[in-house]
Write a protein that binds this ligand. Sequence first.
Ligand code: HEM
Length: 220
Amino acid sequence: MVLSIGRHRFSGIQVLVHAASWLPLVWIFLTYKFDPIKVNPIQTVTQQTGRIALIWFLLSLACTPAVTLLGFNPALKVRRALGLYAFFYAVLHFLTFSVLDYRLDLPQIFDLLVSKRYLIAGTLAFLILIALAITSTQQSMRLLGKIWQRLHQLAYPGAVLVILHYLWAAKAGTPGPYFYGAVLFGLLLLRVPLIKRWITTHKPPWLRQISQRLARPASK
Ligand code: HEM
């Protein structure tokens, strides 16, 4: 399936990713509008946008192993979009915090960002996401060459910082940071060359079947 909008052509998976990426925003807006009986609506929106940014960030990181281990090549076509949507939700998260919660009181915001450990981790992660988003174009890739590769490897420390940010922000015992931390740990393990090699040579039959099915050209 291919969708054409002006000069742009979108494959099925691209349409799916773009559509799915707007749904959380619509959902946040609708719950905010039609279910306003929340104890602290600003805190709720901060948490929702933060979690969506994290999930999309992890999905963008899962694209490379989906290609290298499962042979699911279409994932490469949506990696950048997923990363940019993660950035988009992180911007909404930051704006909810700074505009709605702290009414753009810049000195107070700055004081908080450099004094609370969960906000220091969040700010560093946000700065990494900004750098990755700005340099996500083909042009930057060509211009920066090897530096681009190194810069984009910062995505992993960035994701670790987000997990720390979540862990330190949430109440003790909240399962969320441990769950997403385990997903990130799994993705990091898949980058270890020895593990990568082991998986590709010892693929269980069911994984081999999935890989073959996913590796078929999209046109079939
Ligand atoms: C300057 C940057 C950032 C600021 C000021 C900020 C602010 C906050 C605040 C105030 C909370 C606590 C909300 C509460 O429970 O009261 C929070 C939680 C969270 N933030 Fe951030 N954040 C930043 C960056 C990020 C980034 C880049 C991500 C993800 C890509 C992120 C994801 C999260 C998550 C997952 C939570 C936990 C949500 C939950 O408790 O369910 N944050 N953030």
